[in-house]
Write a protein that binds this ligand. Structure first.
Ligand SMILES: Nc1ncnc2c1ncn2[C@@H]1O[C@H](COP(=O)(O)OP(=O)(O)OP(=O)(O)O)[C@@H](O)[C@H]1O
Ligand SMILES: [Mg+2]
Length: 253
């Protein structure tokens, strides 16, 4: 197996195993009776688990297993980004609760050009869930915020936590595959690599601000282009084609 194939299959397995681990954490707490014993009390946790199960099933059934930067045209559609965030907020609230954290969802109203985005829904869920999962994992106490706001005409997803933070000199390296800072926690250093690959393929930008001991904010920027859309458009498709050819050339040489 080539290094690239190994990386592609590792990222794919990563995005299946991480949610499965999250489900295990939730089930352990629910079975201990931490959130009550009646069906009514535990139902939100079961619904969150079901949602994770459905999300992972969609990923496993997707045809997008050969290259993580490639967009699957059959999965590209017009999405309401706020609805996607609301789904992930509901799903990850259960995991956050298991770590005694509050997970908030906030949206600017009105958004200047709405929340509609053209994107591969499976890729976008992979990107967002990896950043949200990190915010929960690297925060001991306090809050995690998911926000949808505008910066000028751009649409921006902010994921902010009150966790341990990242030293400035480490910030440029955290998106590299297999790069990890907080080695005591479990992981393999692939979540942010996946997030960055998805961002690049969709013409998005990810910016990180962090203060050690105070917290971290990831901003995922959907630029408002001259084609008056967020997400994929003709220009980005063409760039992505060029990028894929470049990767193929590198593999051959
Ligand atoms: N919100 C955050 N707060 C503090 N550190 C973070 C945060 N997000 C990422 N990091 C740091 O960046 C590193 C890389 O993150 P990444 O998600 O790629 O890998 P990981 O979480 O270690 O493992 P996994 O492969 O399970 O995602 C992490 O090891 C962690 O040290
Ligand atoms: Mg991670």
């Amino acid at each position: 197996m080539t290094n690239k194939m190994l990386l592609v299959s590792s990222t794919f397995l990563h995005d299946i195993l991480n949610p499965v681990t999250g489900v295990r954490i939730i089930l352990e707490q629910v079975m201990k009776g931490k959130y009550g014993n009646t069906l009514e009390e535990i139902k939100p946790f079961l619904e969150a688990i079901l949602q994770t199960n459905n999300r992972v099933s969609r990923l496993v059934e997707s045809e997008n297993k050969s290259d993580i930067v490639s967009i699957n045209p059959s999965a590209v559609r017009s999405l309401d980004l706020l609805q996607v965030l609301a789904r992930l907020h509901f799903e990850y609230s259960a995991l956050a609760k298991c770590s005694s954290l509050n997970l908030h969802l906030e949206a600017q109203t009105p958004l200047v050009h709405g929340a509609e985005v053209i994107a591969d829904v499976i890729c976008i869920e992979r990107m967002l869930s990896n950043v949200i999962q990190n915010a929960i994992k690297y925060t001991e106490t306090g809050e995690v915020y998911i926000r949808l706001v505008n910066e000028g005409d751009n649409l921006v997803v902010e994921i902010e936590d009150t966790g341990r933070g990242i030293e400035p000199k480490e910030l440029p390296k955290i998106f590299l595959p297999y790069y990890r800072l907080h080695k005591k926690s479990r992981g393999c250093g692939l979540g942010l690599y996946v997030a960055m690959m998805v961002a690049k393929s969709h013409g998005l930008q990810i910016i990180v601000d962090s203060k050690v001991g105070k917290g971290t904010k990831f901003r995922i920027i959907f630029p408002y282009t001259d084609q008056l859309t967020y997400g994929l458009n003709d220009k980005i498709w063409r760039k992505q084609e060029g990028f894929r050819n470049e990767c193929k050339q590198r593999e051959i040489s």
